[in-house]
Ligand binder design. Structure first.
Ligand SMILES: [Fe+2]
Length: 327
């Protein structure tokens, strides 16, 4: 087994940007770049199989990958293998798997920090403005689909092996995702309703090894792999504005579940401030508890019902990894 503690090698830059393109689009619109991560030792299958044994179970999600952009969550087909085996056999497994929060492992945190430091320098922003650096590594068999969804962070997406296509849509278009659809809470399934007529409003980015895409905060997308197995990594962070907006989306979702209609963030600034403060107060005592997987599981069930843990599945019961915690 490859040792995971290998340091990221010193050397030239990992990312290559067209400074004019970056200056014109960051952070509000997507743009492509190139990277030098495809041969990195910690991103090869052997190292990722070892990584799958190190992460807590609620940080790994997997299914058969035979999904539709408009996938019904309760009909997601499972796969009857343990995560480590899925990674090792990805060429033939017929599976889609994501390793979440890999920044909790030092070798991956070092890589994420280096990528974000380069990106911050290129964008001319303080590295400290990129909060909550995280990494998500996707390992997929050929012809897998990630259904239509949004992510609550900004993302330097790097493609490492095989071919991938990302269908990306403008997050300012409320005909794609409406205001309530933007709101979120733990246990809400990541998949959003998708219609074929959306396709004409989107852009399709094609990736081979070495290709990258900046994906802005909450830009809707769905993803498919080509005819070979693939590896990609999402290197993510949140700006101060993203973090505040996440609090408001959460507060609005909770208040809407209680029966009160909510205005979009920015429409009533005074109320937004009160909601963000209430979020901080409510979250404070929970934060230390969230460090353990067992406690995270109990908290999700207590606050959001048993369905909030439904991404836990047992291999062989046809439901393995078929749900998400909305990460
Ligand atoms: Fe995503």
């Amino acid at each position: 087994m490859t040792k995971l503690a290998r340091e990221v090698p010193a050397g030239g830059p990992l990312l290559t940007f067209d400074s004019g393109v970056l200056g014109a689009h960051f952070p509000l619109e997507p743009f492509t770049f190139r990277h030098d991560l495809a041969e990195n030792a910690v991103l090869q299958l052997e190292a990722l199989a070892a990584l799958a044994t190190q992460l807590p179970r609620d940080r790994i999600e997997f299914n058969s990958g035979r999904l539709q952009p408009n996938q019904r969550p309760d009909e997601t087909p499972g796969v009857d293998l343990e995560p480590e085996e899925i990674v090792r056999r990805i060429e033939t497994a017929g599976a889609w798997l994501v390793l979440k929060n890999v920044e909790t492992i030092p070798a991956y945190r070092a890589l994420i920090d280096r990528v974000l430091a380069e990106a911050a320098e290129a964008a001319g922003i303080e590295p400290g403005a990129m909060a909550e650096p995280m990494g998500f590594i996707f390992v997929s068999s050929a012809n897998s689909v990630t259904p239509f969804h949004i992510d609550y962070e900004e993302n330097f997406f790097v493609h490492l092996h095989g071919q991938k296509f990302m269908h990306v849509f403008d997050n300012r278009d409320r005909s794609i995702i409406d205001e309530e659809g933007l709101e979120t809470y733990p246990g809400k399934h990541r998949n959003h309703a998708y219609r074929d007529d959306f396709e004409a409003k989107g852009r399709v980015f094609t990736f081979g090894p070495g290709d990258g895409l900046f994906l802005p905060y909450t830009w809707p997308h769905w993803v498919r792999t080509g005819g070979d197995w693939s590896i990609s990594m999402a290197i993510t962070w949140k700006s101060p504005s993203d973090r505040r907006r996440n609090k408001l989306y959460f507060a609005n979702a909770v208040l809407r579940k209680m029966g009160w209609s909510q205005s979009a963030p920015g429409r009533r600034p005074g109320l937004d401030t009160a909601k963000a403060a209430a979020y901080d107060l409510a979250r404070l005592p929970l934060e230390p508890l969230r460090r353990s997987e067992a406690m995270r599981r109990r908290l999700r069930a207590l606050l959001f019902g048993s369905k909030a843990n439904y991404f836990y599945g047992k291999p062989g019961d046809g439901s393995s990894g078929k749900k998400t915690d909305g990460a």
